[in-house]
Design a protein around this ligand. Structure first.
Ligand code: CA
Length: 249
């Protein structure tokens, strides 16, 4: 197991909370090297995920058409259908997050891995902690669509958001937001009345590895204010001087 890192500091529970799910997150491990598959299974289950393993490409594809998973870890070289083909075919019907697992000598597959519609790739051997970070990132990118109950509603007074439907309205008037504006508002509504620091917002909305300065938060808050507070002549988005922002009544 050399090359794998057992020091894991982050758990699935935190992510569960972050994406507001009550069911366990199910990860499908498609990997024909049993040692690696088993290692992934033990580590991921230790983190609170549910996992299934499949080592044959054709069978993996069949199972993907029949069962529903929250994320797929997909090896490239597999007996039967290869990982890139599986990825392409799954993408025809599903938006499920896919992380490709490639061997070091398949480095050129990195590009085609992403071309096939994968969210991310990892070169084997990898540190478990890094894989967990990427799983978290891939899941986060989907939080406004796949993994939410269709009629979930976030609300503060007249401001209503349906995250799964990607809709926002004030009263009966629809509000058009860009993807980033939507994610920002969603995060604030899920934490309504709480003061959120720029760093918290950056980490949650822009991703853990975003290295830009925190001004981007102020800019997007301004966009939201223009589209919501100013347009409807109401006040939902508050600045808490020296601390951050809050959405409240
Ligand atoms: Ca393989």
């Amino acid at each position: 197991m050399s090359g794998y890192d057992f020091g894991v500091s982050w758990c699935a529970e935190a992510m569960q909370e972050e994406i507001s799910m009550s069911d366990p997150i199910r990860i499908f491990i498609v990997e024909d090297e049993r040692r690696i598959a088993r290692f992934l299974q033990i580590e991921l289950e230790h983190e609170g995920f549910e996992t299934d393993i499949e080592e044959d490409g054709n069978r993996a594809f069949e199972r993907l058409m029949q069962e529903s998973y929250d994320l797929i870890l997909l090896d490239v070289m597999l007996p039967g259908m290869d990982g890139l083909t599986i990825c392409k075919r799954v993408r025809e019907v599903s938006d499920v997050p896919i992380i490709m697992l490639t061997a070091k000598d398949e480095i050129e597959d990195k590009v085609s891995g992403l071309d096939c519609g994968a969210d991310d790739y990892m070169t084997k051997p990898f540190a478990m902690q890094e894989l967990l970070a990427r799983i978290r990132n891939a899941m986060r990118r989907r939080t406004t669509t796949d993994h939410l109950p269709i009629d979930e509603k976030l609300q503060i007074n007249d401001l209503v958001m349906y995250p799964a439907r990607y809709e926002v309205q004030v009263g009966t008037e629809p509000v058009q937001l860009t993807r980033k504006e939507f994610s920002l508002l969603e995060f604030m509504l899920r934490n309504k009345r709480r003061v959120l620091s720029r760093d918290q917002i950056l980490q949650q909305v822009w991703g853990y590895d975003y290295s830009g300065d925190t001004n981007v938060v102020d800019v997007y808050i301004r966009y939201l204010r223009a589209k919501i507070d100013e347009r409807f002549n109401k006040k939902y988005i508050y600045t808490v001087r020296g601390v951050g922002y809050a959405v409240k009544d």
